[in-house]
Ligand binder design. Structure first.
Ligand SMILES: [Zn+2]
Length: 534
């Protein structure tokens, strides 16, 4: 998702310094586990013309683990009316915001059905607003607000296919995950919309939207195959969308399809909605903030960010909330990759430079990207998991080169498509692609706070030039290693190994006077700053 700038400040100020950076790359810190595995949800939901009362029946197919009852997340504002397991009514039990369904046999597979109704917590999960022509309903789940209206395993580690059967008043358009199967007219001025999304997706991207929306079909995105791409907006906002930020929405899908792997789903919709985020990457149906859209502030970079999420975040999903950089950093970096493709190297460099400044100014920089001390999920959305992880990917590209980098990115995607991954999985695949051990790189980049703050001096000695690099960052940030740091000494380019030590001295063969200008990392591959006395 994308977060507005004012929210960064609010998020940043909540952070407190602490040292949790010795944890491993495969740490699972959120302590949320389920016994059984949800394979598919068939969600029937009825949306009202007025008010906020909903009713739903969620039929779930489970792969059973051989132990204990099935426990699903469902907010206690929802009143359960009926429950069954394999077609037989069961005595369900309420456990706060969960419902327990007894199992007679805990092996193999089972199908459960849970019917409930209620008013979802206001402004959360399912947003029901307005009346008549301005009536809208939009899901908005990140991080774990799906269970406020959907009985589910509300955690990214338990991905599942989803089919929707949405009953809505006549006269509205409905969007949901996957492809539209049928639209049936029902008695009483109601319409039933059926969607099916057979690929497993994270529950936080399960959505429906209902509003008076105009659909604009864009040219399909054709790479290996053609993916339908459309824009759904309030009618008065469609011209702006199609001429402005979504003008190249199909090209973005085609570009990432070629650069990474085929688009992981069957189609893609961009939807004007009442999400609290700038954009929210719901699988196949990306929701954008209607306020920004109406004020003509929606940017192509947000479209690129959310589109990249369809690969990273949606199709490959972090197995634990604390590894959310596997989603957000990839999308943040992906927007810069698109900018490089569409507008040239300078556009990508400008984006990276802007994000470097945001990292440097953020209090989150005193924490590592993998920060096990965070217990409040909102606080995981910070400059570490967006911009700084994006810089990690950029530096990795510079370190191992485009060929190994993109080969590795594709290999990682293919291995974990429709599954979950941890940071250690990404590190392993990239190391394999680069044919080198990159553990040091990922430990440094993910478990150390801060970045190198360098000072550089040069001196002639014994017919050569001694270059002295000092790491002057805060002690708590630790020392950094950069094996291929480029220096521009006047017009001469050299590469040096920055050692993980306070002082690195390098002797270079040199003729002539001491260089007047020393530029560190002139192509800006590394997140670092230079201070000092040169
Ligand atoms: Zn995002």
């Amino acid at each position: 998702m994308t977060v507005t700038r004012s929210r960064w400040l609010a998020v940043g100020l909540l952070l407190t310094p602490s040292a949790g950076w010795t944890q491993a790359l495969s740490g699972r810190w959120d302590h949320e586990r389920y016994r059984h595995d949800a394979l598919r949800y068939d969600i029937g939901i009825s949306l009202p013309d007025t008010g906020s009362q909903i009713s739903a029946t969620v039929v779930t197919r489970w792969k059973l683990s051989g132990a204990g009852p099935i426990v699903v997340d469902l907010d206690d504002a929802m009143t359960v009316r009926a429950a069954s397991v394999n077609g037989a009514a069961v005595a369900w039990r309420r456990l706060g915001d969960q419902v327990e369904l007894p199992l007679r046999d805990t092996r193999g597979e089972a199908t459960t059905s849970l019917s409930y109704d209620g008013v979802p917590l206001e402004g959360n999960g399912l947003l029901l607003r307005g009346a008549g022509a301005t009536r809208t309903a939009f899901g908005d789940n990140w991080p774990n607000r799906a269970h406020l209206w959907i009985a589910s395993h509300d955690h990214p580690a338990d991905k599942a296919a989803v089919a929707w059967s949405v009953e809505a008043p006549a006269g509205y358009s409905v969007v949901a995950n996957g492809t539209l199967q049928h639209v049936d007219t029902l008695p009483g001025g109601r319409v039933r919309w059926r969607f099916d999304n057979p690929e497993p997706i994270p529950v936080y991207t399960f959505v429906v939207g209902m509003a008076r929306l105009a659909e604009t079909r864009l040219a399909p995105a054709c790479a290996d195959r053609c993916v339908p791409v459309s824009v759904w907006s309030y009618p008065e906002d469609s011209a702006f969308a199609v001429d402005g930020p979504f003008h190249r929405a199909g090209d973005i899908v085609a570009f990432f399809s070629q650069q990474i792997a085929p688009f992981p789903y069957r189609e893609l919709r961009h939807v004007e909605s009442s999400t609290m985020y700038g954009g929210m990457e719901n699988s196949t149906a990306i929701f954008y903030d209607e306020k920004a859209w109406r004020e003509r502030r929606t940017r192509e970079s947000v479209v690129a960010h959310e589109t990249m999420h369809q690969w990273f975040g949606d199709a490959v999903t972090e197995a634990d909330w604390h590894h959310v950089w596997l989603s957000e950093s990839f999308a943040t970096w992906g927007a810069n990759l698109w900018a490089q493709h569409a507008y040239g190297d300078s556009a990508m460099r400008a984006g990276m430079a802007r994000e470097r400044d945001e990292i440097i100014q953020s209090p989150a920089t005193d924490q590592p990207i993998l920060d096990s001390t965070i217990t409040e999920k909102w606080r995981l959305l910070n400059t570490n998991t967006y911009q700084k992880g994006g810089w990690l990917l950029h530096s990795l590209r510079g370190l191992i080169g485009d060929s190994a980098f993109f080969h590795g990115l594709t290999a990682y995607f293919r291995e974990y498509q429709h599954k979950n991954a941890l940071s250690s999985d990404f590190a392993r695949v990239m190391g394999r692609a680069a044919k080198q051990d990159l553990t040091w790189f990922f430990r440094q980049g993910l478990l150390q706070p801060g970045y190198p703050v360098l000072s550089v001096t040069t001196a002639l000695a014994g017919g050569g030039l001694t270059v002295t690099l000092r790491q002057t960052q805060k002690a708590g940030w630790g020392l950094y290693r950069i094996p291929n740091l480029a220096l521009l000494l006047d017009d001469r380019r050299v590469r040096v190994k920055l050692q993980p030590a306070t002082v690195t001295r390098v002797r270079l063969p040199w003729h002539g006077p001491v260089p007047e200008r020393v530029s560190v990392d002139p192509d800006a591959w590394w997140l670092l700053t230079v201070t000092g006395d040169q």
